[in-house]
Structures are given as C-alpha cells and as structure tokens.
Design a protein around this ligand. Structure first.
Ligand code: IPD
Ligand code: CA
Length: 292
C-alpha cells in the first residue's frame, strides 16, 4: 500500500507514527512499573493527569519534531503547535489515564496525522495508530490503505484470533448485526452534569441493545469495534485526540463514523458502527434524547 496525499508517502508516515507510538507505549509502561501518582487535576477533580502522561507526550513531540520539524502538533497535555507543512499530529499520550492510574490494562497511546485544519469536522486523516501497551497490540490504518492489527496474539481476539503474535490481520467491523443484538461501547466524561445527561441517554439505549461496555479508553473501544469485539460505539464529548486515530481505523475497517445531526464526528458526538446498524443506533440515540 503506497499512497500520496499532500506529497506525503503514507507508508513512510505510518511507519514513523507506528515507531513513535510503540516507543511511547513502552516508555509509559516502564514508567508505570516504576510507580504512578496523580500530578494534577484538569477539568474536574476526577480528570487526572500523571507525570507519565506529560513525559510521554514530551517524548512523542521530540520524536515528531526530530523527523518532521515543519509539522503541527495537537496533543492532550501541551499547547498546540502550529506547523508550516499542512500536516498536524493529533496525540493522546495515554488514553485511559484513569485505568493507567489504577493499574487496569486498558490504556493506549493514540497518534494520528491529519491534513488540513486541526479540527475533526474538516481535517483529512492520513494515518492513525493506537497501541495497547498492556497487550502489545498495534492497531493502524492509512487513508485508503485499510486497517490492521499486529502484535499481542490475544487468544480469541476478533480479527486477531488464531494469528501468531506478529502476523498482521486486516480489520473488519461486524456486519449484519441488528440493534437488539449489538454489543455497544460507550464512555462518560469527567463533568458531573455531562455524566447525568449520558446516564439519561443510556437509560434509553440499554434496554434496546445486547449490552453495553465501558472500558475507559475511547481509542481502544474504537479499535475493539474495528476488530469485531464490539458492534457499535458512541460517546458525547470526546476530545479530538481521543478519536482521531480510532476514527480512521474504524472507517478503514468498514464502519460508518459520524457525529451530530448527520455531520462528521466532533467534540459533541462520535457514533460508529457498520452501515445499517449505524442508522438504527442513531435513531435509538435520538429517541433517548441524544442530540443526533
Ligand atoms: C478518556 C477516555 C475515556 C472517555 C473519556 C476520555 P483520557 O480519555 O477515552 O474512555 O470516556 O471521555 O476523556 O482522559 O483517559 O485521556
Ligand atoms: Ca484521551
């Protein structure tokens, strides 16, 4: 797979993003083994940041700028860097920080490179990588190049089932699943009022689906959907770095990915599922009071 968008070789860009994300995941995992504590709180007292979130983002920025000094960077833990190349790296150094803090295995490094404005409603995602540091799985996609997972070798893991630890597997979302049999991933924000609204929507959705999962990392939930381990995903209030890589991996795995009122995924809402189920879920969300 070789593509050229904005005069960039997508294979090379993906390889760079993969190398940086894998190094960052190993760095963060080593730091976790050495110990972890809350460094500060952000939007609310439960929205925490650890020194490792910051150190990992610093490492990622250093690696990006060493290789591509003209690119912009939009990361969770530092101020945005405006680039001159037209490309922006959208970085979540640790998605699932609360899991990271508690020693739960569901956290990931998420890195995407986008072309155009640093805004999910108008950018064009070029490559995306999500690394699950606990399983070693590397989920990745490039625009028009499909989505794959490698590493991990997790038994029974959807598209990776039966594969050796390093054999890349092409990702496909599950198709033909009706809403009533859909396993749906979702998540909740950090603000109390946002959570109240999310719980109210969930009241309407939960009786209409197989069940709901919340693993604490939107990036990994989106990769789980791309791998057939979930059938659908929605969440209100995700930041661009939470869903930039996951959304590309999902659309390359055959999902429809969208946002509020028929538009693109944004900070208000992300919805994803195979076509057909997507529309059923959107209708159920609307019935439940979600602003779709
Ligand atoms: C959070 C996770 C979580 C989602 C929250 C995000 P963070 O990101 O993705 O699953 O429900 O909305 O903020 O804070 O761990 O990087
Ligand atoms: Ca995040």
């Amino acid at each position: 797979m070789t593509g050229h968008v904005a005069s960039v070789d997508l294979d090379q860009l993906l390889a760079l993003a993969r190398d940086i994300a894998v190094e960052a995941a190993q760095f963060a995992a080593a730091a976790r083994r050495a110990g972890v504590e809350v460094a500060a709180t952000k939007s609310t007292p439960t929205d925490v940041v650890t020194a490792t979130d910051r150190d990992t983002e610093a490492l990622i920025r250093e690696r990006i700028l060493a290789a591509r000094p003209d690119d912009g960077i939009l990361g969770e833990e530092d101020t945005a860097r405006i680039g001159a190349s037209g490309l922006t790296w959208v970085v979540d150094p640790i998605d699932g920080t609360v899991n990271f803090l508690y020693g739960l295995p569901s956290w990931a490094v998420s890195i995407a490179v986008v072309e155009g404005p640093a805004d999910p409603t108008s950018w064009h995602a070029l490559v995306g990588v999500v690394v699950n540091a606990s399983t070693g799985e590397v989920f990745e996609a490039s625009a028009g190049g499909g989505a794959r997972v490698s590493g991990g070798g997790v038994p029974g893991a959807g598209a990776g089932a039966g594969a050796g630890p390093d054999a890349p597997q092409v990702l496909h979302v599950n198709t033909g699943v009706p809403l009533g049999r859909a396993l749906v991933g979702t998540g909740f924000g950090y603000a109390a009022e946002r959570r109240r609204e999310q719980a109210e929507v969930l009241l309407g959705v939960l009786p209409r689906v197989r069940d709901v999962r919340r693993n604490g990392s939107a990036a990994l939930e989106m990769c789980a959907l791309a791998s057939g381990r979930l059938d659908a995903f929605y969440e209100r209030g995700l930041a661009p770095w939470d869903h930039a890589a996951g959304a590309l991996i999902l659309s390359e795995a055959g999902a429809r990915v969208g946002g509020p009122r028929g538009g693109r995924a944004d900070e208000e809402l992300v919805v994803a599922a195979a076509p057909g189920l997507y529309e059923e879920l959107v209708a159920a969300l609307a019935d439940a009071g979600e602003g779709v």
